[in-house]
Design a protein around this ligand. Structure first.
Ligand code: SF4
Ligand code: SF4
Length: 365
């Protein structure tokens, strides 16, 4: 019978579809490297929606252990491990929280991290900024940052920008007990022969330049959501009746706000009330207001950007990096409350938070 100490876990948190192959390749490499280091290892995927949808927070796991492979597979046959040794975060906007358990609530990104564990984030923001949105833990742990733009690849195409090599280099630096630098180098040389020198440089660069912060107990942000708790059989309704959502209403259990990397911001002063955003939003996030404007329920918005694409007024709807927002306050309510304050808030969140839109091959944009 296996004990927790016999098995170590790496959790890779990524955005469904956009980063699926990246996460899978990172996990695959770790399995090879761990085996070369004399351990058994397996990887397995887990997602919170079915089928995996664009941008949905999803996870890959690697289990490594001193058990034989059969035992390790048996031990790891569960939806999620209870605790993990290393977390890799492939999009820094995931630090705010992930809805990853059948939409039962928002979970802290580092919920499962063990005491003394390591979390590695790909981000161009500095560590101080990341700490402000990362939930505090009761114990000490380490956060590392790889200074790289987040990499979106897509399910049907792979943006081979050396992010996986950087992640391996960073793990080797922070947790050589999982994989060491020598085995990363050997794996890259043997399995990634195309542009091998560039890949080796990416590994070395991440290893050398990784910025690491030791997080003290209680250091970081207060987590404002209730982490998910699955209903027990005693709490479930008898039978299989699912109450329908009333027309015009929303399913309170199916919020998807953490799915987005970018959020639409609206300039109500220039909106011409054409209704196109309301018509085109695939997740029905817009609510028509009494005076003909359209308010957004951000906790349902997936950040697809279609509203920004169809809005006919220049800069009326602008997509902004999700990391710049602290809450899901509705924009129309904020505007009605204080129009001057809203305008200056809009200017402030748009400044520096607007990037060239991500184009994912195969999605028709
Ligand atoms: S980005 Fe716009 S269109 Fe897409 S889900 Fe959000 S509100 Fe709807
Ligand atoms: S598409 Fe743009 S202009 Fe039209 S109602 Fe929506 S926000 Fe206003």
């Amino acid at each position: 019978m296996a004990h927790g100490e016999d098995v170590k876990y790496v959790e890779i948190t990524y955005r469904g579809i956009f980063q699926k192959r990246l996460a899978k390749y990172i996990a695959e490499g770790l399995v090879y490297m761990a085996r070369e280091m004399g351990r058994s290892a397996v990887s397995f995927g887990r997602y919170g929606d079915s089928p995996e949808r664009n941008g949905v927070p999803a996870k890959y796991y690697v289990a490594l252990g001193s058990l034989n492979e059969e035992e390790l597979i048996g031990y790891s046959t569960r939806v999620e491990p209870e605790t993990v040794d290393v977390i890799v975060v492939l999009d820094d906007t995931l630090l705010k929280g992930v809805e990853s358990w059948a939409w039962q609530g928002v979970q802290p990104i580092n919920l499962k991290l063990k005491e003394g564990g390591a979390m590695i984030v790909t981000s161009t923001r500095n560590l101080e900024e990341l700490v402000k949105v990362t939930p505090a833990k009761e114990f000490r742990w380490d956060m590392g940052r790889i200074n790289v733009e987040k990499s979106f690849s897509g399910l049907w195409a792979f943006k081979d920008d050396m992010t996986m090599e950087r992640v391996w280099g960073a793990i080797a630096k922070m947790r050589p007990d999982i994989v060491d630098l020598e085995h990363v180098r050997t794996y890259v040389k043997e399995h990634k022969k195309d542009r091998v020198n560039e890949r080796l440089s990416a590994v070395e660069e991440a290893y050398e330049t990784l910025v690491v912060k030791s997080m003290a107990p209680k250091e970081g942000a207060e987590f404002k959501y209730s982490p998910p708790r699955l209903l027990t059989w005693q709490e479930m309704m008898e039978g299989a009746a699912v109450p329908a959502v009333p027309r015009g209403g929303r399913n309170e259990q199916f919020k998807r706000g953490t799915t987005k990397t970018e959020r639409p911001t609206v300039d109500f002063d220039t909106c011409i009330k054409c209704k196109l955003c309301w018509v085109y939003c695939p997740d029905e996030c817009f609510d028509e207001t009494k005076d003909g404007y359209y308010d957004i329920a951000y906790d349902y918005c997936v950040g697809c950007g279609i509203c920004a694409d169809v809005c006919p007024v220049k800069n009326c709807i602008v997509m902004v990096n999700e990391g710049r927002f602290k809450d899901y306050r509705r924009p129309y309510e904020m505007w009605k409350e204080d129009k001057v304050a809203y305008k200056s808030w809009l200017k402030q969140v748009r400044e520096g938070g607007v990037k060239e839109r991500v184009v994912v091959p195969g999605l028709g944009r």
